[in-house]
Structure formats: structure tokens, C-alpha cells
Design a protein around this ligand. Structure first.
Ligand SMILES: Cc1cc2nc3c(=O)[nH]c(=O)nc-3n(C[C@H](O)[C@H](O)[C@H](O)COP(=O)(O)OP(=O)(O)OC[C@H]3O[C@@H](n4cnc5c(N)ncnc54)[C@H](O)[C@@H]3O)c2cc1C
Length: 431
């Protein structure tokens, strides 16, 4: 330290904050991470799929050291009705051999391990430190106030990595209070089951895992999805929807999860398991069109706090990590120029704009508005499709020609103009 200030204080020891701390410490900056949990990851929640390639780029060799659950060899996309299920599965032997594409990971052990990476690089990581406010001097942020005896800590730059619904970023006026349409609320349960039971139920080779994403009845038809991810000896199961839809419908997300688990196609998958954990969490869904300002005089905002989540491709952790790295790069450059002003730190936004983070968020920038305006997508279409499949598959003495006519009639009963509008709209929002 060249004075009594740290170069950087990082608020929050999630993937974004730890990556930022690790990168800055490795470059020789003095860095302290303050985490409110009992330890990094103590209460952190995700589904959770960790992608190998982006993680390897930031934490080389992590596969040998990090606590990982199962490599994902298969992805299932399913549509649920109240009594049925249909869908598509992609399984590849190429995903079952190194280099793997993705792993299931439990946040608590993973975040704890990842924080040691930052410590090894030279950062100080303190748990049970809640940052309650930011310190200002001449219009610039110069530190934080903690709720602990240590009181105030000073730094040239504060990295705001406090996750979804960041109170600190809001406090410094980088964004307004997020509206219910800009956040999803998810309930998640961790259910213990023996490894051999998981492998038999999901038809998995020993040690390998699958990821199920389930639409329709899994969210009572609201905009969102349910998921089941296989861990070594547990299942992560959850469901959630846009907060606005939950409020409007009056549906409680915990009841939604109970209903999801009880659905006849899902119940046998979780049967006999013991609940180990139950949690609820917000997912930022403001998207590219409503992204907040991510830098200020003396501060940058990373990860969920900056709304950097791609809900379509289930990417949040890797975007958080990459944003932490890019913020660190900007702060390292700011230190070299001794310029921690908003202008100096605007380099972070430039780096984000040049990265895959913004490219991907830009690509899906209209998807939430598109889907939210069309509630029938997840309510009506699964029911109609299910009826068509049942008619096609049931052998009941009715001639096939008659069945075919019935199926065509079901399709014709859908409003044509709306169907075309949905297809064109989906293509526009996704391509
Ligand atoms: C149900 C669910 C499923 C998800 N599934 C996936 C998935 O499968 N794959 C994926 O890539 N992403 C997934 N995500 C998204 C992913 O979890 C987030 O994008 C990612 O965790 C963001 O990292 P972060 O470091 O920005 O925030 P967080 O991980 O939320 O970390 C923020 C940290 O800040 C701490 N903190 C908060 N306030 C303070 C304070 N005032 N003082 C000190 N510390 C503070 C918190 O305790 C926490 O440790 C999922 C999210 C949810 C909710």
C-alpha cells in the first residue's frame, strides 16, 4: 500500500468479486474482499452448471482442485403439462470425455475453494463483514463502512460485487430500484439421493450428469423454467418465474416448487430423497436494454450487481467471472495512470463492450419482452402439443387417417395470425 488505502476493496466473495480480487492481487495490487456470509459461498445459490472453458481461462487447472460434482453429458429440454411431459434430449459421447463442456457444482464448497485462489494470489478475504455503506470524498467513492468493529476501510477503488438487487449500486445512484419485470425469483431444493439411484433414474453412466430444463407446468405456465441438475449424491431442483408474473398471478414460488415436484413425470425422479437445503434467490433479468451504469468515480459494478446474466443460455456465473476479470484489468490500468475517476474506470465498460458478455446480452436483448407479452406460449402451446402427441400415440381402433385429421384440426384451432406472429417474433428475439 502506498498510503493507508487499499488499491481495491471488493464487496462480495461470489464468482465476480473473487475473480476481480484474484486478478488484481496477481498484478500486485493490495486487495481486500469483504463477504457478509460466514464463509464465501455460505448462502450463495444457483442451479448450478459451471462451464469448463471459461472457468479454465480464469482458474487454470481448476478441474484438479475445485470441488466439482458431475460432468454434464446430456441436456434435456422438456415441456410439462399437468399430467404429461414431452421434449428433446441431446446426449453426446464427446461431452462424456475430457475436455468436458460443463460440470454441476454446489456453490458453497465451490465459492469457498475459489476464494482460496484469490488468497493465494495475495488478496485478503474476510468473512462476516457486511458493507453497509460507501464512503465519499469530493464526490468520489473512497471506501466502505462495515457493520463490524473495524468500521471504515479506505480504497482507491471499490468493486461492487454484492450480487442481484445490489443495494450498494442503487445507493450510489447507478440504477433505480429494479422493477418486478426485471427480476426473476427462484426457489431451489437440494435433495439427497444415492449415486446409483441417480444414475439409474436418469440413465447415466457412472459419475456422469445431466441437466433438465423444464417449461410449462413447471412454472404453472408463468415466464420462467424449472430445472433438475444431477450432483454426485444429490439433485438440485428448482423453479422460478418473473417476479411480475408471480405477483400478478398470486402464485407463491414455494408452492410452485411443490407442485413441480408432485407432477407425475417429475415425482418419480425425486422420490425418496431427503431435503438437504432449501433456498430462494433473485436472478437479474433487466437485460442489455436496461443495463445500469457500471462505473463511477472510485467504483465499478460487476456480475449480478451489474445485471450481467444470460437467462436463455443459463449463464451467470461465467459472465460474473469474466466481468470481474475485465473490471480488474481496468483498475490495474487506472492504477498505472493514477486515475480512478469515472473517466478512467470507463475503460471497464469498453472492455465489457468488446467481450462476449455484451455480445451475448445484446443478442437476447428483446427475449424477455417478447415472451412476457405472450403468456400463451408456456400455457396454451404445451397443452395443445400434448393433445396432439396423445392422439398420435394412442392405439384405440380409430383409423390413422381420422387421427391425422383430428391432429390437423387441433393445429388449425390455434389463431393463425398469432402463431405466425409468435414464430416471427421468436426468430427476431433469438437470432
Ligand atoms: C436459482 C439460480 C440458478 C442459477 N443457475 C445458474 C447456472 O446453472 N449457471 C450459471 O452460470 N449461473 C446460474 N445462476 C446465476 C449465477 O448464480 C449468478 O449469475 C452468479 O452467482 C453471480 O455472481 P456474483 O459474484 O455477481 O454474485 P453472487 O454469487 O450473488 O455473490 C454476491 C456475494 O456478495 C455477498 N454480499 C452481498 N451483499 C454484501 C454486503 N453488503 N457486504 C458483504 N458481502 C455482501 C453475498 O453474500 C455473496 O457472497 C443461477 C442463479 C440462480 C438464483
Amino acid at each position: 500500500m502506498d498510503d493507508d488505502r487499499f488499491d481495491a476493496i471488493v464487496v462480495g466473495a461470489g464468482p465476480a468479486g473473487i475473480t476481480a480480487a484474484k486478478e488484481m492481487a496477481a498484478a500486485g495490487l493490495s486487495v481486500v474482499v469483504l463477504e457478509r456470509g460466514q464463509f464465501p459461498g455460505a448462502k450463495n445459490v444457483w442451479g448450478g452448471i459451471l462451464y469448463r472453458e471459461p472457468t479454465e481461462a480464469l482458474a487454470p487447472g481448476f478441474e484438479d482442485e475445485a470441488p466439482l460434482e458431475r460432468p454434464i453429458v446430456e441436456q434435456r429440454y422438456l415441456l410439462l403439462t399437468d399430467d404429461g411431459m414431452m421434449g428433446a434430449t441431446y446426449r453426446s459421447q464427446r461431452f462424456a470425455e475430457p475436455p468436458f463442456n460443463a460440470y454441476t457444482v454446489l456453490r458453497s464448497p465451490f465459492d469457498r475453494w475459489y476464494a482460496t485462489e484469490a488468497e493465494e494470489a495475495g488478496a485478503e478475504v474476510y468473512s462476516e463483514f457486511t458493507v453497509v455503506d460507501l464512503l465519499w470524498e469530493d464526490g468520489a467513492i473512497v471506501g466502505v463502512t462495515t457493520g463490524n468493529a473495524e468500521g471504515e476501510l479506505m480504497a482507491h477503488c471499490v468493486v461492487i460485487a454484492d450480487g442481484a438487487n445490489s443495494l450498494l449500486a442503487q445507493k450510489i445512484g447507478l440504477h433505480r430500484e429494479w422493477a418486478p419485470i426485471e427480476q426473476a425469483l427462484v426457489a431451489k431444493e437440494l435433495i439427497a439421493l444415492p449415486a446409483d439411484v441417480i444414475e439409474a433414474r436418469f440413465a447415466l453412466p457412472p459419475g456422469m450428469g445431466t441437466a433438465l430444463e423444464i417449461f410449462g407446468e413447471s412454472t404453472a405456465g408463468l415466464l420462467g423454467y424449472g430445472f433438475i441438475y444431477t450432483n454426485r449424491e444429490s439433485l438440485s431442483i428448482g423453479t422460478g418465474a418473473l417476479l411480475e408474473d408471480l405477483i400478478e398471478s398470486g402464485i407463491n414460488v414455494n408452492d410452485m416448487l411443490d407442485r413441480f415436484k408432485a407432477q407425475p413425470a417429475i415425482a418419480p425422479l425425486v422420490a425418496g430423497g431427503e431435503t438437504l437445503e432449501y433456498s430462494g434467490h433473485l436472478i437479474p433479468e433487466a437485460g442489455y436494454n436496461r443495463l445500469p451504469q457500471v462505473f463511477a468515480d472510485g467504483a465499478v459494478v460487476v456480475g449480478d450487481a451489474a445485471q450481467l446474466v444470460n437467462p436463455v443460455n443459463r449463464e451467470g456465473g461465467n459472465l460474473a467471472m469474466l466481468s470481474g476479470k475485465l473490471a480488474a484489468q481496468a483498475i490495474i490500468e487506472a492504477k498505472a495512470k493514477d486515475d480512478f475517476s469515472a473517466m478512467g474506470l470507463s475503460r471497464y465498460r469498453e472492455l465489457l463492450d468488446e467481450s462476449v458478455v455484451m455480445a451475448d446480452l445484446h443478442k437476447i436483448r428483446n427475449i424477455t419482452d417478447f415472451a412476457h407479452a405472450r403468456p400463451h406460449l408456456l400455457r396454451e402451446y404445451p397443452r395443445v402439443l400434448s393433445g396432439m402427441f396423445e392422439e398420435y400415440l394412442r392405439v384405440d381402433g380409430v383409423p390413422k387417417k381420422t387421427k391425422q385429421k383430428k391432429i390437423v384440426a387441433m393445429a388449425k384451432a390455434l389463431p393463425k395470425r398469432r402463431l405466425v406472429d409468435d414464430l416471427v417474433g421468436a426468430a427476431r428475439a433469438l437470432i
